[in-house]
Design a protein around this ligand. Structure first.
Ligand code: HEM
Ligand code: MN
Length: 315
């Protein structure tokens, strides 16, 4: 059976197979792109990625529509140009472009931002000038968020899925903790992309029936799938996850989740929240300013997460 996007319905064909990145492969701060690379839906080495292939790979793997990644693709190109000091567009000038690699997305305070769900901040717990790993998955940062809703990996987990309100609790807790942990003067609050990424998490982890359609009328994020996806950078098929079939989720889905999460009444406010953390209007993430190459901060450098830590082998 061919699905809506022409790719096979056979999951092994559709989703490729997982291979951990090697020490010379490029990975970055995006769990979505890293997963596509680990499954070979984009170049496994994470380098010289063509925007056209990325636009095909996200619907294929995650069921996300092209319109939801347009701003992100544009901003990646801008970051690429900041770093390379030259255009990242192709000679063909046909609107496609080649992105150098996944790691450049970790340029701090450009597209990458503080208070991520699963990554540390670039200057966290370090003296001025020190660099923290703001690129690869960090299980203790992830767990601080999961703890907010009482999720553990025990079977069955105490809480199976998180709603809008629980995600707002997690989001505010991450802001508060990082605001306190970062080196004084470093922390920058960046709510719109965080909320849009929350839309990605809901879209990738809501319950689907066996034909891939959304089961509930209001999406909830299934936490074991979220945790598996982020920590293994692989599709959680072995935990019962199924990719989209006839429906893709789009930019409107993401922005409506963003607003709903932002406006969900929280159980209690954590201390040391930066001003504006609880504003209720959601300005969607905007294009980064184009311009001359900026002086950039050095990227955090090391082997990709899986190569560095050898997690349990997965299919
Ligand atoms: C985070 C880039 C598409 C899921 C990020 C970050 C970047 C990025 C730079 C780091 C932000 C931070 O500091 O947390 C991109 C680009 C995309 C893209 C260039 C498209 C070309 C997607 C898609 C998904 C996704 C389609 C969902 C399947 C996420 C999530 C995070 C994230 C959930 C937050 C991670 C965290 O908070 O720990 N992405 N992304 N991304 N991305 Fe992507
Ligand atoms: Mn970050």
């Amino acid at each position: 059976v061919k699905r809506y996007d022409g790719f096979s319905d056979n999951l092994a064909v559709r989703l490729g197979s997982y291979q951990a990145p090697g020490p010379n492969d490029s990975r970055g701060p995006c769990p979505g792109l890293n997963t596509l690379a680990n499954h070979g839906l984009i170049n496994r080495d994470g380098k010289n990625l063509n925007s056209t292939e990325i636009k095909l790979a996200f619907p294929r793997g995650f069921g996300i529509a092209e319109d939801a990644i347009e701003v992100a693709l544009h901003n990646w190109e801008v970051v690429c140009e900041y770093i390379k000091g030259t255009t990242c567009g192709t000679a063909a000038n046909d609107g496609t472009f080649i992105l150098t690699n996944l790691t450049i997305l970790g340029e701090p305070h450009a597209f990458e931002h503080d208070h991520s769900y699963s990554r540390q901040d670039y200057r966290q717990n370090w003296a001025h000038g020190g660099i923290t790993d703001n690129i690869y998955f960090n299980s203790s940062e992830m767990q601080t968020g999961l703890d907010v809703v009482g999720y553990t990996t025990s079977n069955p987990p105490k809480v199976a899925a998180a709603n809008y309100q629980q995600f707002n609790d997690i989001r505010l807790q991450r802001e508060s903790i990082q605001n306190q942990r970062d080196f004084p003067g470093w922390f920058q609050q960046n709510v719109p992309p965080t909320l849009f990424e929350t839309g990605f998490i809901f879209g990738a982890t809501f319950d689907r029936d066996s034909s891939g359609k959304m089961k509930e009328s209001t999406p909830m994020a299934r936490l074991k799938w979220w945790n598996f996806w982020f920590s293994e950078e692989s599709f959680p098929t072995q935990l019962g996850w199924v990719p989209a079939s006839t429906e893709v989720f789009n930019s409107h889905f993401c922005t409506s989740v963003s607003s709903a999460v932002l406006n969900a009444a929280v159980t209690s406010l954590p201390k040391s929240l930066p001003a504006g953390a609880t504003a209720t209007t959601f300005p969607p993430p905007a294009n980064l300013p184009e311009g001359d190459p900026s002086p950039t901060l050095a990227l955090f450098q090391s082997a990709p997460y899986a190569a560095a830590t050898s997690p349990a082998a997965i299919k």
